[in-house]
Design a protein around this ligand. Structure first.
Ligand code: CDP
Ligand code: CDP
Length: 212
């Protein structure tokens, strides 16, 4: 029969890749993995155990022993955890341990939707469809601000924009699996697209790429 449909979605912070990935997974009946949660869970494990966030050995141990239960902790979505995740994510041993985890998930017989920073380039280089989602930093900050407000975390728009710009720079500049579009990814700029329009545009790309 058909090869499993694997959809790789990458992009910078608050570009809307998670929202899009979730909707695509529901639409195509595929399991979804938000890979940012793995890095957030490693960071939370390090901090909960009382280690410093730049303790690379502690981060590597946390990644090697990560269990799925950890991914349900509501604290993973805190603003500070995005920053902490970005710090542990530059540790090669952390990335190596999580790579195995992600590739097991993507290799199941159904196919999968994964979203993150290096899905199309490193985790699933053979994915049938690769999307790279972008949006202007100001628009991404506005979205994240609204999201955090809804969660009751009050932070100024300016502070969120600073966060996002710093995190994008760190993610794009690290030597192991930096944030970048795969050569064969389709770029989707959502600055002027709402979530529905982004979903429609992505479906068009995917339906063109798969046999009917
Ligand atoms: O996963 P990522 O950090 O890239 O973004 P997200 O968690 O999906 O959050 C993006 C936020 O922007 C959500 O609150 C969405 O409702 C909203 N949004 C979107 O996802 N896509 C758009 N094209 C426009 C807004
Ligand atoms: O939702 P948002 O885009 O703000 O963050 P996230 O996707 O949860 O990712 C948090 C951090 O984890 C990112 O800033 C990256 O440093 C790291 N990450 C990564 O290195 N590789 C991935 N595949 C996913 C996340």
């Amino acid at each position: 029969g058909d090869l499993p449909l694997v959809i790789a979605i990458d992009g910078p912070a608050a570009s809307g890749k998670g929202t899009l990935a979730k909707r695509l997974a529901a639409h195509y009946g595929l399991p979804h993995l938000d890979t940012g949660l793995l890095y957030r869970a490693v960071a939370l494990t390090v901090l909960d155990a009382g280690y410093a966030i730049d303790d690379h050995a502690a981060a590597a141990r946390a990644a090697a022993t990560l269990i799925a239960d950890r991914l349900a902790d509501p604290r993973l979505r805190d603003r500070a955890m995005g920053e902490a995740a970005s710090r542990v994510s530059s540790v090669p041993a952390v990335r190596a341990a999580l790579l195995a985890w992600q590739q097991r998930f993507a290799g199941n017989s159904l196919g999968a939707v994964l979203d993150g920073r290096d899905i199309g380039t490193v985790v699933c280089p053979h994915a049938r469809v690769k999307l790279f989602i972008t949006a202007a930093p100001e628009e991404r900050a506005r979205r994240r601000h609204l999201e955090l407000q809804r969660r009751g975390e009050s932070t100024s728009l300016g502070a969120i924009l600073d966060d996002i710009v710093a995190r994008d720079a760190r993610d794009a500049q690290r030597s192991t699996a930096p944030l970048k579009a795969a050569a064969d990814a389709v770029l989707l700029d959502t600055t002027d697209l709402d979530a529905d329009a982004a979903f429609a545009a992505a479906r068009e790309v995917i339906d063109r790429a798969r046999p009917h």
